[in-house]
Design a binder for this molecule. Structure first.
Ligand code: ADQ
Length: 483
């Protein structure tokens, strides 16, 4: 029986070691949820890194880890600390991530990172080759594994391979600065189907393929001598039902069932019923525009001083890649900005910014989404941005305003939100004013349309559409080859 093999840098489970015992706990992230429909039962396997380096896994525990992972349909790729440094913290996050998000000045073109990236991609490809049969379908995820499709293709010319990029694909002018630009394209072209979040990323990719490899491209098909590769956009959705139902359930809670965070939010709302809460949730990453947002908040309060003591910004930033220098600097900048703005503007009864630097359990995310009047997301660049979609899904009475950067992939599907340019503070200040004063009816009209769209194009549909398109492409290719 044929199976689907999903491959991503991290597995959809987290390992916990305590007293010589191992437990694998399923992750709650978007990708893990989205792939549920694909990764279920005995006919699928997920290959990835466990999050622990070889040095961190005592020999005696290795078999127990394999067993715990197998119970979740997962199999690990072993990586040493040095490999993780060069491949993940190096090439993936110091070269590709900044470059693909247009932070050219942050990109490090370091040969040793590239060499380790190739070695580790080969390890992932070998892990697939060890497990894959001829009739299996392989779905490779994201920028850490862009060489894997071709590495697998070389050994299995007929196997079906799909690739999805979760981050933007930059314009040709940016991409061409990468010393290993051709190798990356050739790696990706090992796939039968290459998916992006938006049509723009798809177009940028095709333009690079044409100009750097001189290949024949017709609409969104790339023709090689013996294969035809399809490039398409598949905007990723969320588990709409999960967020919407959690919000309904949340609304039924009595006082004793509420979290401490919710109780605190309620107390503040009661003491100032007209006050508005702005919310932003992101990984602490320079691409998310958190520093700009803080400066724009200050700008807004200076332009519209009547809102001092009447608005509060809640910033939830999840620690991320904290051993990469840019992330350390960003953390310092944000700490300082929050400290300065709060120091200058706070009054005895008002702290303008509440800043949380941590990951929060799902329940608290729902507390925040349902309690905040305005979600304000200002990425400088973002492949998609699922937080925008999650906020809308939790607004069960359809109130609430979403202010979203037009640089987020999700802006393409969320035209009913208030779209802003994250660098235009004047526009942002006026949009915050508009959001605060938006009539309830208008909020409900806008969110009603958004909710319908998000409910229909949910994450399960995203995964199924990709898989269906991969099957169709393979059939089309077989006809092309046998012509
Ligand atoms: P990310 O950059 O991680 O993903 P995003 O799409 O916003 O960004 O997803 C973040 C997820 O983490 C959301 O599901 C959110 O609920 C959760 N989260 C955020 N802050 C949290 C916190 N403090 N505690 C707990 N959970 C938190 C990459 C790309 C995106 C693309 C996704 C999916 O950078 O552009 O949308 O992949 O393809």
């Amino acid at each position: 029986m044929s199976k689907t093999i999903i491959i991503s840098n991290r597995l959809p489970v987290q390992l916990q070691i305590s007293n010589g015992d191992i437990t694998a706990i399923p992750s709650v992230g978007g990708l893990a949820t989205g792939m549920k429909s694909v990764h279920s039962g005995g006919d699928s396997l997920w290959i990835g890194w466990s999050g622990l380096t070889d040095e961190e896994i005592p020999d005696v525990l290795a078999p127990k880890i394999d067993k715990a992972l197998a119970e979740h349909g997962s199999s690990k790729v072993r990586l040493t600390k040095e490999e993780v440094n060069g491949f993940y913290f190096g090439f993936s996050n110091r070269t590709i991530w900044p470059l693909f998000h247009y932070f050219l000045e942050y990109s490090e073109f370091e040969l040793s990172y590239w060499e380790t990236y190739k070695t580790v991609n080969q390890k992932f490809a070998d892990a697939i080759l060890e497990k894959a049969g001829e009739d299996d379908t392989i779905w490779v995820h994201d920028y850490q594994l862009m060489l894997v499709p071709q590495m697998v293709r070389e050994k299995r010319p007929n196997i079906s391979i799909g690739f999805f990029l979760h981050i933007p694909f930059p314009s040709y002018e940016i991409f061409r600065t990468l010393p290993w630009r051709r190798e990356i394209l050739q790696g990706l072209l090992g796939s039968d189907l290459i998916g992006f979040h938006t049509y723009d990323y798809e177009r940028h990719f095709l333009s690079s393929v044409r100009r750097l490899l001189g290949l024949e491209v017709s609409f969104n098909d790339i023709y090689l001598d013996d294969r035809v590769i399809k490039v398409d956009s598949f905007p990723m959705g969320i588990d709409y039902k999960k967020f919407h139902e959690a919000a309904h359930e949340h609304a039924q809670r009595n006082e004793s069932q509420k979290s401490e965070l919710q109780k605190r939010l309620d107390t503040h709302k009661k003491s100032a019923p007209d006050a508005k809460f702005f919310l932003s949730i992101d990984r602490l990453d320079y691409s998310k525009g958190i520093a700009n947002r803080l400066k724009a908040f200050e700008y807004f309060l200076n332009k519209y001083p009547e809102y001092k003591e009447k608005v509060r910004l809640i910033i939830l930033a999840v620690p991320s890649r904290s051993n990469v220098p840019q992330y350390k600097l960003l953390k310092k900048e944000i700490d300082e900005l929050v400290g300065r703005i709060n120091g200058e503007l706070s009054t005895v009864s008002w702290t303008p910014i509440w800043y949380f630097y941590r990951s929060m359990p799902f329940e608290n995310l729902i507390d925040l989404y349902t309690s905040c009047d305005i979600a304000w997301l200002t990425p400088i660049r973002d492949g998609m941005n699922l937080v925008a979609k999650e906020y809308i899904a939790t607004r069960t009475d359809k109130t609430g305003v979403l202010i979203l950067s037009e640089m987020a992939g999700s802006a393409n599907e969320m035209n009913e939100s208030l779209l802003i340019n994250p660098n235009n503070f004047e526009q942002i200040a006026d949009t915050l004013y508009q959001a605060i004063n938006m009539p309830k009816k208008e909020q409900q009209e806008r969110n009603g349309i958004l909710q319908k769209r998000l409910e229909r194009y949910n994450v399960e549909k995203w995964a199924n559409d990709f898989m269906t398109s991969l099957v169709n492409q393979k059939e089309k290719e077989d006809v092309y080859v046998s012509r």
